[in-house]
Design a protein around this ligand. Structure first.
Ligand SMILES: NC(=O)c1ccc[n+]([C@@H]2O[C@H](COP(=O)([O-])OP(=O)(O)OC[C@H]3O[C@@H](n4cnc5c(N)ncnc54)[C@H](O)[C@@H]3O)[C@@H](O)[C@H]2O)c1
Length: 257
């Protein structure tokens, strides 16, 4: 997919990975809908894009709300005339205390944002993209969805759900000319991680941050590759400090490829 002239919606674009992807897509010539619950963060992302000569608009949207999610996608068509790209990216970690001490409402919120809202975003965007002739969806999963994540099993479960949702949805989406892929970053230097490390240290845990953190721009590069490369369907892209690696889903036993 040629990114120039396309219209993208990015959730959680008021910070970290979402902001980096928004900036990168705008630099490549896409018009960007910056969606977030954080109004100040979203406004800052738009300011950065506009001052670099790009096109962006902010909408306050809680991705767990169907109404907000519909409005966020409608903003793309109302403001920029179409919807080609969705980066389902907003996410949270369980925080401290983690499982099993985290309150029921807290861990349900993690599943709601990190798994259910990404499914809902895809569910709402796919019909709009289909009418427009196709599109590309990238879900931000995590390495925590591919490998055990003892520090936050709830987060790991949500992200594993997104990985399998992405892999499993690919044939259905491809029939509608929509490519669905996910990016699985290692640990990235963003406010989410900085807050997590701070809280862990305060609670007496030893800091778990690895010596080599990824930068949000490295994840934005991977997202743009997943959007741009028309040969990628239903893939996960791991992003480690040593570089990105595509993981193709294994077909289920007895299934057609
Ligand atoms: N930072 C990492 O190490 C890392 C690694 C792997 C995956 N991820 C994933 O990357 C994504 C982005 O994380 P980040 O590190 O950039 O974090 P971040 O905290 O910097 O950004 C997340 C953004 O999502 C927004 N958000 C949270 N809940 C929302 C909601 N209900 N509706 C709309 N927006 C909401 C926040 O306001 C924030 O602006 C998340 O899905 C996260 O799980 C992060």
């Amino acid at each position: 997919m040629e990114i120039r002239g396309k219209v993208a919606v990015i959730t959680g674009a008021g910070s970290g990975i979402g902001r980096a992807t928004a900036g990168r897509l705008a630099r490549e010539g896409a018009s960007v809908v910056v969606a977030d619950v954080d109004e100040a963060g979203g406004a800052e992302t738009v300011k950065q894009i506009e001052s670099a000569g790009g096109k962006a608009v902010f909408i306050r949207a809680d991705v767990t709300s169907e109404g907000d999610s519909r409005r966020m996608l409608e903003t793309a068509t109302a403001k920029f005339g179409r919807l080609d790209i969705l980066h389902n990216n907003a996410g949270i970690a369980t925080g401290i205390p983690g499982f099993p001490k985290a309150a029921l409402a807290q861990w349900r919120r993690v599943i709601e944002i990190d798994l259910n809202a990404m499914i809902m975003g895809t569910w709402l965007a796919a019909p709009i993209m289909e009418i427009g002739g196709g599109g590309a969806i990238v879900n931000t999963a995590s390495m925590a969805g591919l490998y055990p994540h003892p520090l936050d099993p709830i987060y790991g479960a949500a992200k594993a759900g997104i990985v399998n949702f992405t892999h499993s949805l690919a044939p259905w989406a491809a029939e509608r000319k929509i490519r669905v892929n996910c990016v699985c970053p290692g640990i990235v230097d963003t406010p989410m991680v900085r807050k997590g490390v701070e809280a862990a240290v305060k609670a007496g845990y030893k800091s778990w941050a690895p010596s080599q953190l990824l930068q949000a721009d490295q994840i934005a590069d991977a997202v743009v590759k997943l959007i741009g490369d028309d040969s990628l369907f239903g893939c996960s892209m791991e992003v480690r400090p040593s570089g990105p690696r595509i993981v193709e889903p294994r077909p289920a036993p007895g299934s057609r490829k």
